[in-house]
Design a protein around this ligand. Sequence first.
Ligand code: SAM
Length: 256
Amino acid sequence: MRRATPFAPAPGSPRLLLRERRERTELWTEAAGPPPAVYGERWSTVDGRPVRAFEPARSKLAAGLARGWEAPLPAPGERWLYLGAASGTTASHLADLLGPEGRLYAVEKSVRPFARLLALAERWPNLLPVLADARSPEAYAGPVPLVDGVYADIAQPDQVEIVLANARLLLADGGAVVVALKTSTMGRERGAPEHLRRAEEALSAELRLERSVRLDPQFRSHYLVGGRMARTAGPGGAPPGAPRRAPGRRPHPRAR
Ligand code: SAM
């Protein structure tokens, strides 16, 4: 039997660790909180630092990475907004990638998973739960600052519009957007590829999209879609008629 190779940091996201084992690449994240496991995931240590298995069967982001997702990932020290955090399975791994200096603003509208998210935040100090409806980003635009990235997994028919409304208000210029697109909630009159095409068309009006990745079989009719918000043009700022954010919001310092 071939032995496992050592853990190696992923390019651009050093707290994401890759390990070749049994003919496949395992994904792990460096934990930003202490044990025990958040949802039954395996733990180990690398040079004395705790790491957690990031399973493609449990998380759409991990499934996308296992299928070659190459779009932007959270990097240490960044601030990200998570729409649809539920009880924190994937959110805990995003918080791991952001590290202790980063912040994950985790929006969830259902009270029951939110209660578990609150309990998780007691152990993951860089994860900040927000009980809110992601359809109304102006409701949390006060406490949530401009962010470097938006991750969305809300499984709603209007998920693309919700993501864009949040990005326009809260995403810094050049920031990243990653959407776990659930096409089965977008109507039965079209198939998954057509829903994907329409979502890409809507998103590409404001983002430079990367190649989307299909998440079957782990997540049926899901895709990971995303890219970076196109920078506003030239010294004059936003193009005419296309305000990027609410008046009075300051540009993110790192995005200037
Ligand atoms: N992202 C989670 C994970 O990987 O661990 C799973 C998310 S689950 C598929 C979708 C979540 O989005 C649910 O918890 C649901 O309550 C939440 N949600 C749906 N619509 C929402 C909205 N408008 N605002 C905030 N949360 C919403």
